[in-house]
Design a protein around this ligand. Structure first.
Ligand code: HEC
Ligand code: HEC
Ligand code: HEC
Length: 408
């Protein structure tokens, strides 16, 4: 439902853009079209459009470990949006994280990544933003509690966590690799979710894309690491996942299903392939950990629970069924050090889909009512240490903690 709405909203926008620009020359039309594509690549909608409300009129709540921030109204409305802004004001948001008048913005607006966007691309984004229907909608973006709501604290935050500057290509790499790097590190802001965070919410840049915990979801390691990352995925399989939300390894759910729906499914095939080439480059040679021995009590109990409750869908050897039931064997998410996402899926269930390719994805049932904390710890310990997987055992405490969080 949400997909259909957002798709038709995009189509409508496309039509108005075309109509408004008929006769103003091919150049400005092309610039606006380019900007429209870049806004999709940057997924501005995710934080600036409330589903069902006017595009880019703001109001999306973003939960952070420090409290709530809200996406601004970025329509050209003169009173509550960007109506009085110049391109230079906009460029400063993207490259420095400074709003009009110098006000510092919070990193929830991913300027730490957008700083890499080239000025020519920002010109196109700006041209596009000006074609959007102005909407009068006052938004109070800063809803953090004291002391986090004091913007001057961002001076120190920026010093520690932010390196401004456009993307500089690596001359030793191909243009395709550089395009992928530009998109992943810059407008695509993949690291916003996939890079581990320090205590004050900044990116740990030495662990770029190595996986992170977001409010109960794990954005897994998407480096070329063959054990914890996507080293075993082919370039085509990476493209397939980003294009359709599923491949033989995994089905996107939660925040990634939204990223596919709003953003990556609309990227050109060339751009997706460039992303794959970049992600697959540079294989960190981390030694795989040893699996938990198959004869421990948890593994024996877990094996029986798996056969009884899980194998009907994920099949006995953990291979899953393409586009229906995700593969659990050799799956990065299953092997991630932090099992939060896995516990959440088993406790709460999940429904994948919402993309053009899989409009109503199959569902993973919730087991909260018929498996105990011990049962869930055991079955996940088994899944994480069978069929080539190896990862720390899941403890009963980890399951009961998350059960408490999910059903307060
Ligand atoms: C992950 C969420 C997120 C994404 C994605 C995002 N923004 Fe934002 N944006 C925010 C938040 C939150 C604020 C308000 C920050 C603050 O007040 O400190 C903001 C503020 C802004 C502002 C400043 C508005 C003002 O009045 O100061 C502009 C301009 C802006 N965003 C443009 C964009 C564009 C263009 C894109 C896509 C390329 C984008 N944003 C993508 C979250 C996001
Ligand atoms: C809003 C947060 C967010 C953003 C932005 C994001 N991701 Fe993700 N991503 C996730 C989450 C969460 C998952 C795990 C999904 C699941 O559990 O099914 C994921 C999963 C993935 C996977 C599958 C990994 C696996 O082992 O199954 C790939 C590949 C991926 N993302 C690539 C990207 C790329 C490339 C970008 C940037 C273009 C990106 N993601 C941006 C949150 C995000
Ligand atoms: C009725 C079919 C069905 C059964 C039974 C089932 N699952 Fe699932 N499972 C799914 C589907 C469908 C998904 C994908 C849901 C999504 O991505 O939103 C999934 C996702 C998962 C995931 C996340 C995998 C990933 O990479 O995103 C894990 C882990 C998982 N299941 C484990 C289990 C365990 C353990 C059991 C038994 C206790 C189980 N499942 C029983 C259908 C099932």
């Amino acid at each position: 439902m949400k997909t259909l709405l957002s798709l038709s909203a995009m189509a409508l926008l496309g039509l108005t853009v075309q109509a408004a620009h008929a006769g103003t020359g091919a150049d400005s039309y092309n610039l606006v079209e380019k900007g429209r594509y870049l806004a999709v690549v940057g997924d501005c909608t995710a934080c600036h459009t409330v589903p069902g409300k006017a595009p880019f009129s703001g109001g999306v709540a973003i939960e952070t470990p420090f409290g709530k921030l809200v996406g601004a109204n970025i329509t050209p409305d003169p009173d509550t949006g960007l109506g009085h802004w110049t391109f230079d004001d906009f460029q400063k948001v993207m490259s420095e994280g400074h709003s009009k008048g110098g006000k510092r913005l919070y990193g929830a607006m991913p300027f730490t990544a957008y700083t890499k966007v080239r000025k020519e691309d920002n010109l196109a984004l700006w041209a596009y933003l000006q074609t959007i229907e102005p909407v009068n909608n006052p938004v109070e973006t800063n809803q953090l509690p004291f002391p986090f709501n004091v913007r001057t604290s961002l001076i120190g935050w920026n010093m520690l966590n932010f390196t401004p500057g456009e993307f500089t290509p690596n001359a030793e790499k191909t243009p395709q690799w550089n395009r992928g790097a530009y998109l992943v590190e810059g407008l695509g802001h993949c690291g916003t979710c996939h890079t581990p965070k320090n205590l004050i919410g900044g990116d740990k840049n030495d662990q770029f894309l190595a996986g992170s915990n977001l409010q109960g979801w794990i954005a897994p390691d998407i480096t070329a690491n063959a054990h914890s990352g996507i080293g075993q995925w082919s370039n085509e399989e990476i493209v397939e996942y980003l294009k359709t939300g599923a491949n033989r390894f995994d089905i996107a759910s939660g925040p990634m299903a939204e990223a596919v729906e709003n953003s990556t499914q609309h990227w050109t095939d060339e751009d997706l392939m460039a992303v794959a080439v970049y992600l697959k480059d540079g294989q960190p040679a981390a030694a795989a950990p040893q699996p938990v021995a198959a004869d421990t009590p948890a593994m024996v109990a877990g094996k029986a629970i798996y056969a009884d409750r899980c194998s009907a869908c994920h099949v006995p050897n953990g291979e899953g069924v393409k586009n229906l039931f995700p593969k659990l064997a050799a799956a990065p998410l299953v092997n991630s050090t932090d099992p939060t996402s896995l516990i959440r899926v088993v406790l709460a269930g999940s429904r994948a889909g919402g993309t053009e390719a899989a409009p109503t994805g199959p569902a993973m049932p919730s087991f909260a009512w018929n498996l105990s904390d011990d049962n869930i710890a055991d079955v996940l310990t088994y899944v994480r240490n069978t069929w080539g997987n190896a990862a720390p055992a899941v403890s009963v405490g980890e399951v009961s903690d998350l059960r408490g969080d999910l059903h307060p």
